[in-house]
Ligand binder design. Structure first.
Ligand code: AP5
Ligand code: MG
Ligand code: ZN
Length: 224
């Protein structure tokens, strides 16, 4: 396998982006860049930036484009991402963010954007049962609880419920997904950069499907 890949992962709140991106990052040996995780780390650190981000996040609103774009551009300029690639989770989420990403990468481009598809009633059930590690961001649900109560299997951090996993904030996040983010799927499709992958089934089944989709795309690219 050729290491390195440049991926963008779309999917509703609770579709499993974080869960799957963590696995794909390990498989392809590339950084997992989650804007949500970056903001949560800032909130936890108590920085001025974190306090500002928290205002938007806890009600499910989007953090303003200029802040998000600045943060991601900086991360994409690091040596590891420039050399090996990246998996973007939760970015881009608006037309302006998608354009900024294309501009940042030009004349290069992403390998693939993936729409991880899961019905709304299933994501609502998943989010209601979700808990996350405060330190490393590993996700736990009713089907995969931590071995020891409230303690992360991976890093020993504390496992808590996310502050934006309230009914009202979840509703708002899903609304904004439909309005701001879903149109980007058509945009990537028109650029012949999108595949849809079924996000139902066990996490292992979904990972296998995702790897197949990415490898198929890369084989075609190398054959050209
Ligand atoms: P972000 O952290 O990106 O949250 P989100 O988009 O709301 O998505 P989630 O993290 O809720 O869902 P996920 O798809 O990662 O699902 P997960 O793997 O956890 O963003 C948070 C906030 O930050 C935003 O609201 C906004 O304020 C701000 N922000 C971030 N990026 C921004 C941007 N670009 N622009 C502006 N603002 C931005 O899975 C969910 C649950 O299901 C887990 O419990 C998991 O264990 C379980 N699960 C996963 N897969 C399966 C499976 N196959 N079967 C059963 N259970 C499963
Ligand atoms: Mg996530
Ligand atoms: Zn952890």
């Amino acid at each position: 396998m050729v290491p390195g890949v440049k991926l963008v992962i779309f999917g509703k709140q609770g579709a499993g982006k974080g869960t799957q991106c963590q696995r794909l990052a390990r498989h392809y040996v590339v950084p997992h860049i989650s804007t949500g995780d970056m903001f949560r780390a800032a909130v936890k650190s108590g920085s001025e930036f974190g306090v500002k981000a928290q205002e938007f996040m806890q009600t499910g609103e989007l953090v303003p484009d200029d802040i998000v774009i600045g943060l991601v551009s900086e991360r994409l300029s690091d040596l590891d991402t420039r050399g090996r690639g990246f998996i973007l989770d939760g970015f881009p989420r608006t037309a302006q963010q998608a354009e900024a990403l294309a501009e940042h990468l030009a004349p290069d481009e992403i390998d693939l954007a993936i729409d991880l598809e899961v019905p709304t009633e299933v994501v609502l059930r998943r989010l209601a049962g979700r808990r996350v590690c405060q330190d490393c961001g590993t996700n736990y649900g009713p089907d995969n609880p931590p071995k020891e109560d409230d303690i992360c299997d991976v890093c020993g951090g504390e496992v808590i419920q996310r502050r934006d996993d309230t009914e009202a904030a979840i509703r708002r996040r899903l609304e904004l997904y439909e309005k701001e983010t879903e149109p980007l799927i058509a945009w990537y499709l028109s650029r012949d950069q999108l595949v849809t992958v079924d996000g139902m089934g066990t996490p292992d089944q979904v990972t296998a499907r995702l790897i197949r989709a990415v490898d198929t795309r890369r084989e075609h690219r190398h054959a050209r």
